[in-house]
Write a protein that binds this ligand. Structure first.
Ligand code: ATP
Length: 149
C-alpha cells in the first residue's frame, strides 16, 4: 500500500531592522547549507503567530520587536525525508521589525547576516523566500525608515 504523504506545518518571520534608514533583512544559514528565514514546526495547541514569535526568539535571541499584523503570507513546498518519504510543508510567515540587531543564533544555524533587499535577493537560497521578502518590501513601502513614520 502506498504510504500517505506527510504534512508538516511551520511558521516563521520575515525579520527586518532599520539600520540608519536602510532596511535590512535577517537571513540565517541552516546547518544543511541553505540561507533561510527563522521558522519552525507548529506545536500542538499553538497558533501559527505564537510559533513564529517563539521560533524567532529561539533562533535569533531577539526579544524586542514589533509585529506588522497586515502581513501574513503562506508558502508551500515538498521535500524528501531521509528514507525517501515525501513531505508536503506549509509555512505561514509574519512580518516583524527587530528593535535591536543583536543576534544570537541557535545550534540549528551556523551563520547569520543582516542584508539589504538587493543582497537578500542574492543570498536567499529559495525563490519562495525571495518572494516573501519582496512582498514585505512592497508592504512596507519604498521609503527607507517609513515604518517609523
Ligand atoms: P524547521 O523546523 O525550521 O521547519 P527543518 O530543518 O526541519 O526546519 P526545512 O527547513 O523545511 O526543515 O528543510 C527541509 C528540506 O526542505 C531541506 O532539504 C531544505 O533544503 C528544503 N527547504 C527548506 N526551505 C525551503 C523552501 N523555502 N523552499 C523549498 N525547499 C526548502
Amino acid at each position: 500500500m502506498a504510504q500517505r504523504r506527510i504534512e508538516e506545518r511551520s511558521a516563521g518571520a520575515v525579520l527586518f531592522y532599520n539600520d540608519n534608514g536602510v532596511r535590512k533583512y535577517l537571513l540565517l544559514r541552516h546547518r544543511k547549507g541553505h540561507w533561510d528565514l527563522p521558522k519552525g514546526n507548529i506545536e500542538p495547541g499553538e497558533r501559527p503567530r505564537e510559533t513564529a514569535l517563539r521560533e524567532l526568539i529561539e533562533e535569533t535571541g531577539i526579544r524586542n520587536f514589533k509585529v506588522y499584523d497586515g502581513y501574513e503570507e503562506v508558502i508551500e513546498y515538498y521535500y524528501k525525508r531521509r528514507g525517501g518519504r515525501l513531505v508536503h510543508k506549509t509555512v505561514v510567515f509574519y512580518l516583524v521589525e527587530a528593535l535591536s540587531s543583536d543576534v544570537k543564533i541557535s545550534s540549528e544555524h551556523v551563520d547569520y547576516r543582516w542584508v539589504d533587499f538587493d543582497d537578500a535577493m542574492k543570498l536567499a537560497t529559495f525563490k519562495n523566500t525571495r518572494n516573501l521578502i519582496s512582498k514585505a518590501e512592497e508592504y512596507l513601502g519604498t521609503m527607507p525608515g517609513n515604518e517609523h513614520g
